[in-house]
Design a protein around this ligand. Sequence first.
Ligand SMILES: [Zn+2]
Length: 244
Amino acid sequence: MEDLFFDELKKDIEDAELVLIGLGEEFDPTEKCSVEEFGSFAPVINSEIDAEKADRMTKGLEKLQALIGGKNHFYISTSVNPRINKVFVNDEKFVATCTGAIAFQCPAACLEGYAFGDEEEVKKIVSIRDTKDFQQFGKCPKCGEYRVFNNIYAPKYDEQGYLPMWQKYTKWLEGTVNKKLVIIELGVGFKFPSIIRFPFEKVASYNKKARFYRINGIFSSLTDTISEKGHHVSKNAIEWLELL
Ligand SMILES: [Zn+2]
């Protein structure tokens, strides 16, 4: 049987001072409604209609949270699945760069157009997908355009939903230098590699005390610079979490 490195990981986390976790596109919902057709509303609809995957993901991530426990940590997500934000709603060290919160924005990203939404509005988005009556989420008070969902697929992405947390993260990352750091990279491929994949490799290669775990169904290989301090598992991140 292939080694999933659970024992090593648990021991490394016990010994570590800090844990850095990256969550990538393997957590995205299956694309049943396309971005071309539904714009930034597509991931919201897809995450709700693929309830089975969403439940598996949620349970898996809760296992991960239990594993990390009270360790000093930070989670970075590049998934567009808004359900991930729900899992980490009470965690102050979580940042989702591609969909910061359940929120709406002006398509031109006027700051005044940003508005938080709630679960009721998520349900509404799903229920009106056939009529595509997405104009009921209000207009931007500045330019009068109808709001869209706030994520990376908005015509112009308004990043104010996640930037304060991102600043907190970069500060936290500076504090990992020369510390015993465990890096767990789950399901991160090459969709947005400059946010998690490449920087994590760099952090791991510079930090002599770092341990690195890459779990990915397709792109699990390690670069030469981190192969000695790393483990890699060729398995989809959600499937790996289910076995944890
Ligand atoms: Zn506007």
